[in-house]
Write a protein that binds this ligand. Structure first.
Ligand SMILES: [Zn+2]
Length: 376
């Protein structure tokens, strides 16, 4: 590529060069603020949370007043570089038509495209950027804190787009209109240790745990919906750790991971599992940790608007998907309709993470068109 790279590429390069392994603070936000302030955004940065989950920095940038209000959301933190890079992970380098660097697709490329899109003139409404430094980490003090901040400031978007890398084979082939929820459940069944030759003086927890797990494994939570695959329970660990052949162990433990659709809530699933376990082992300790509720933005005005903008630039109509893990869209869906659309996800979290420069340019064009349609 000869001459100066296109604007979204230059912006993404500057963001990659500001190393920001999660939780991100400081330099990368300085770089982003310096991009947004000259475009007329009022930039509000705040640090929140304490170790070990924090402190975390967040940034809320707002331009314009009144409705309609469109919001871009994303994160500037990245996963660690890891090993196996051809060059420095935080030295953005162009080879052929690829821009390499940690965060190129997840998701500094999308943030660069947000800013490039926002460089177009805006005659009405409100455009905001909701950017956290804690999405790849615990995500306790990130987007949730930003949503609280927006509520306090009376900022209520009509629509939100999260720039996570959702495309799978070519740019624009997939957008996410929902995500499954996730709950992990730890189960401890206490017994009474003893000699195997004297079982009447002991209480073996293993048969009771195994019976409970058999019942749990046979559960059919649902058969799926128009937009979601069936919810699924996986037994992910089973531990007794008994090295002795002649000892009845004092404790048996297991762990479950449930990925669930919008027919369920995490807490309700935790209670359901606890009831099954306690029917077999009344003194069992069951500890569910919900990492995200399921959400669905019913296909409608927002998904149509985004699909139209993709089709206008790329000539293809995206698939509306709810697959994959959780994302911050689960929190933003409490605020307004939200969809996710971004770059190809093939290299995310890998060595030599890279974005195709034509994709980055097209993404910025599509984002600009989305803003124009949303604020029209
Ligand atoms: Zn991401």
């Amino acid at each position: 590529m000869s001459g100066e790279p296109p604007l979204p590429v230059r912006l993404t390069q500057a963001l990659i060069a500001a190393e920001s392994v999660t939780p991100a603070r400081g330099a990368v936000f300085d770089v982003l603020e310096a991009m947004l302030t000259p475009l007329g955004f009022a930039v509000d940065r705040f640090v929140t949370g304490e170790a070990p989950e924090g402190p975390v920095e967040n940034l809320l940038a707002v331009r314009g007043t009144g409705g309609p209000h469109f919001a871009f959301a994303g994160h500037v933190d990245v996963v660690p570089a890891g090993t196996g890079w051809s060059a420095g992970a935080f030295e953005p380098v162009v080879r052929g038509d690829l821009l390499h660097g940690r965060g190129a697709v997840d998701m500094k490329g999308a943030i660069g495209a947000f800013v490039a899109a926002a460089s177009a003139p805006q005659d009405r409404g409100t455009l905001s950027l909701i950017i956290t430094g804690d999405e790849e980490g615990p995500a306790i003090h990130g987007t949730r804190a930003l949503i609280d901040r927006m509520r306090v400031r009376g900022l209520q978007p009509n629509m939100c787009l999260v720039g996570e890398p959702t495309s799978t084979h070519r740019l624009g082939d997939t957008i996410k209109v929902g995500r499954r929820g996730s709950v992990n459940i730890w189960i401890d069944v206490p017994g009474q240790a003893g000699h195997v030759a004297y079982p009447h003086l002991a209480d073996n927890p293993i048969p009771r745990l195994v019976a409970a797990l058999a019942e749990i494994d046979a559960l059919v939570l649902d058969t799926g919906t128009d937009w979601f695959q069936p919810s699924n329970i996986e037994i992910t660990d089973l531990a007794v750790g008994n090295p002795a052949t002649n000892v009845i162990p004092p404790l048996a433990s297991a762990r479950l991971s449930i990925r669930f659709n919008d027919q369920h809530r995490g807490a309700e699933l935790g209670e359901r599992i606890a009831a099954i376990v306690r029917a077999h082992a009344p003194n069992a300790v069951v500890r569910p940790v919900v990492s995200g509720e399921a959400f669905l933005t019913e296909p409608g005005p927002l998904s149509t608007l985004v699909s139209d903008a993709i089709e206008a630039r790329l000539g293809l109509r995206p698939e509306l998907s709810t697959s994959g893990g959780t994302s911050d869209a689960r929190f933003l869906s409490a605020l307004c309709p939200v969809v996710e659309f971004g770059l190809l996800n093939a290299t995310m979290h890998k060595a030599d993470e890279a974005v195709a420069i034509p994709d980055l340019v097209a993404l910025a064009d599509i984002y600009r068109d989305i803003v124009a349609r949303a604020l029209a």
